[in-house]
Design a protein around this ligand. Structure first.
Ligand SMILES: NC(=O)c1ccc[n+]([C@@H]2O[C@H](COP(=O)([O-])OP(=O)(O)OC[C@H]3O[C@@H](n4cnc5c(N)ncnc54)[C@H](OP(=O)(O)O)[C@@H]3O)[C@@H](O)[C@H]2O)c1
Length: 318
């Protein structure tokens, strides 16, 4: 009953960092950004054909959705796709918390529908999947995806939607050179076999795999990502240096090599862009083809780093 199949660009754009207030060191990312800078990001994305935006009600408790709407103001609503998330952990206690959270997201984004609504994590699949059905029927939600779910949880959500003629069309999980559990646990194969699009989040490990940060230049002091990664940056150096060298041969950066690696795995990376120049990098990564020996070498270096980069929100996700 889903009106048409989900069609997405090669790379999606993430806006978790837009939930911070843009001051250096503040919030989870601590990146400096401004409203005019984000408008430039949105315009550069439009002109490069990157039209799918990923946000969540929980990012800055609505601030990311608001900042995204402001950045996209003036663009034709039909020219871009919005994806946001229902986060069970912040569900209200009304009769229909899923619809309520969606309505608040729609109001912040100034739109009457989202192209893709994610269930942010698998708190209780049997409870939170059925309320999606009336939203799909009404057109408020065009497509549904699940995030941080295992193969079994994905299958259950898909069966529950299937009873009403809908399906789970997309999965969004952590997948990077440093975190390859979705491949090892068969989730990538499962998605490929069932025609479910796999979106890889944190392919840059929140900056740790960009080559921009290292022991001599740590992630912004006081930010959440600094707490998560600064202690292991020295172990990532052989990997990021090799990524930088592979990129240099192609006029690209280490970050773009990380994105190209995720593309080579058949995934759709969601990259958290904070600067217009990042969008130029996505365009280069989209064209880059890593060789099989390069991919194997990068994965060997990633394994040698021996770091666990799972986020605190990832519980039993493989
Ligand atoms: N479903 C979930 O549970 C979940 C969890 C995490 C993320 N996500 C989604 O996935 C998106 C991506 O993850 P993320 O934003 O956490 O981390 P990420 O994409 O791994 O890293 C983002 C950071 O990398 C830097 N960067 C981005 N593009 C770059 C480029 N082309 N070249 C160099 N540096 C670049 C920026 O840091 P600087 O600002 O320091 O330059 C940016 O803040 C999120 O925004 C969110 O939409 C979903």
């Amino acid at each position: 009953m889903t009106s048409d199949a989900l069609k997405v660009p090669a790379v999606a754009l993430g806006t978790w960092a837009w939930g911070d207030d843009g001051r250096p060191g503040d919030g989870h990312f601590g990146s400096r950004w401004s409203a005019s800078g984000l408008r430039e990001v949105a315009e550069r994305a439009r002109s490069n054909g990157f039209t799918l935006w990923d946000t969540a009600a929980v990012y800055g408790m609505g601030r990311s959705e608001t900042a995204l709407a402001q950045a996209l103001a003036g663009q034709d609503r039909g020219a871009y796709l919005l994806s946001t998330k229902f986060t069970p952990q912040i569900a209200g206690d009304g009769d229909d918390p899923v619809a309520d959270m969606l309505e608040q997201s729609l109001a912040r984004m100034g739109t009457d529908h989202v192209d893709l609504l994610w269930v942010h994590n698998p708190a209780d699949v049997a409870r939170w999947t059925p309320p999606l059905i009336p939203l799909l029927r009404s057109g408020r939600v065009r497509h549904v995806g699940v995030s941080n779910h295992t193969v079994e949880q994905l299958a259950l959500a898909d069966r529950l939607l299937g009873e009403a003629g809908f399906r789970v069309e997309a999965v969004q999980n952590h997948f990077s050179l440093l975190h390859r559990d979705p491949e090892r646990a068969g989730l990538l194969d499962h998605c490929r076999e069932h025609d479910v699009r796999f979106f890889a989040y944190m392919v840059l490990e929140q900056g740790a795999l960009t080559g921009r940060y290292g022991p001599a230049r740590p992630l912004p002091e006081g930010s959440g990502r600094a707490a998560a990664y600064n202690g292991v940056l020295h172990r990532l150096q052989p990997l990021t240096e090799r990524m930088g060298a592979i990129g240099e041969d192609r006029g690209a950066s280490a970050a773009e090599v990380a994105i190209a690696w995720a593309l080579a795995k058949g995934t759709t990376p969601i990259v958290g862009v904070t600067k217009a120049a990042h969008v130029d990098g996505l365009a280069r990564a989209r064209e880059m083809r890593l060789t099989a020996p390069e991919i194997a070498e990068l994965e060997t270096l990633a394994d040698a780093a021996d770091v666990d980069t799972r986020g605190w929100w990832e519980r039993g996700t493989r």
